[in-house]
Design a protein around this ligand. Structure first.
Ligand code: A2P
Length: 348
């Protein structure tokens, strides 16, 4: 538990990356109590300065000694580096919140979205996994409904922003857009296809047996864990779309008994981390342009799924900033809950 007279020292691994920059931004914006921050990245970035609370902090090269004196390490530099350095950080006495896929399906590592399963976080947990961005965003909207009725089936389609593939993919989207508008040839280097004026199946590799790609498999298995519904049948199709930031998710949710759209909307309206944007008269529903940079996940198009005449299935459309709720914000909420020594939900 954190002692207010002795606030924690925090390290960010991957501080120069798309999520790392947002981690620092969340700590600043939320006023998370801390005694200092150590910014860690590759040797390429050593000495680079990043602003934090009115000062300029120098990025340091990640080494085996980077975790001396660190209370909490927020990792966002990919699964390989997490596998290599998280054990080192733990041995040095730090607690680790890991944004990579390295430990998410490890039974002894909690996979936490504070609004959905914050009560699964124990104050003595030392290694906590932060979910895949789609799983995190979807679970914020699904959790309040799972408290009304048992979810018995889930079908999803995603509309995923370029920044989910890193800052370089966003730059490629910009360059591709410019090239096409100028009638110039364009060859993508980061993504497998030109994203500008186009969309395509998510760039994660396809599992030849199931036909699902790696992103889809992560979403399915992680959602089952977060919702504690191990056998839940889930189908998902993940698509990369030409927007810079914020993922959209179309959800069709089947329950054990009928659930009226109005009852669902009322539950979503009061739920933490969610904002209902469901104005049928104005045809105004969740959009990436309005979700970008926002902590809240937007939810709308809440209606009965006419594909299921039993009344047991609802559909809705959710958009969330995948760099915030889908990554950095969620990790900082977990860290704050650990420091407060209370279930994450209370601090979210
Ligand atoms: P760097 O900027 O020095 O390459 P993204 O997810 O946006 O691609 O960011 C990945 C993050 O992981 C960056 O901060 C990057 O630092 C960091 N990183 C990549 N390789 C290493 C490494 N070998 N050691 C430490 N940090 C690394």
């Amino acid at each position: 538990m954190s002692n207010p007279a002795n606030p924690p020292f925090i390290a960010i691994v991957g501080a120069t990356g798309a999520v790392g920059v947002e981690l620092l931004g969340c700590l600043e914006r939320r006023g998370t109590p801390l005694s200092g921050v150590r910014l860690l990245a590759s040797a390429r970035s050593a000495g680079r300065l990043l602003p934090f609370r009115g000062a300029m902090l120098a990025v340091e090269e990640l080494t085996e000694h980077s975790f001396d004196g660190v209370d909490i390490a927020l990792f966002s530099a990919g699964a390989t580096l997490s596998r290599q350095y998280a054990p080192i950080a733990l041995r040095a006495g730090a607690r680790v919140v890991d944004n990579s896929s390295a430990f998410r399906m490890q039974a002894d590592v909690p996979l936490i979205v504070p609004e959905a399963n914050g009560d699964a976080l124990r104050t003595d947990d030392r290694l906590i996994a932060n979910p895949n961005c789609v799983a995190a965003i979807a679970s914020v909207a699904l959790a309040p409904l799972a408290r009304l009725r048992a979810i018995t089936r889930l079908n999803m389609a995603t509309y995923q922003a370029a920044s989910g593939a890193g800052a370089a993919a966003v730059e490629e989207l910009r360059q591709g857009t410019r090239a096409i508008l100028a009638n110039e040839p364009f060859e993508p280097q980061v993504l497998p296809h030109t994203l500008a004026f186009n969309f395509f199946s998510h760039n994660a590799a396809i599992d030849p047996d199931s036909g699902y790609n790696g992103e889809e498999l992560k979403v399915m298995e992680e959602l089952r864990r977060i919702l504690t519904l191990p056998g839940l049948p889930i189908g998902v199709t993940c698509i990369r779309v030409p927007v810079p930031r914020a993922h959209g998710i179309s959800l069709s949710v089947e329950f054990d008994t009928p659930l009226a759209a109005d009852e669902a909307r009322a539950a979503l309206q009061g739920a933490p981390g969610l904002r209902v944007v469901d104005d049928r008269a104005a045809n105004h529903f969740p959009m990436p342009s309005e979700a970008s940079g926002q902590d809240d996940v937007l939810v709308g198009r809440i209606r009965s799924d006419l594909g299921d005449p039993s009344g047991r299935t609802l559909t809705m459309f959710v958009v969330g900033d995948q760099l915030l709720k889908g990554a950095a914000l969620n990790a900082v909420q977990i860290a704050e809950a650990l420091l407060a020594g209370s279930p994450a939900l209370a601090e979210a």
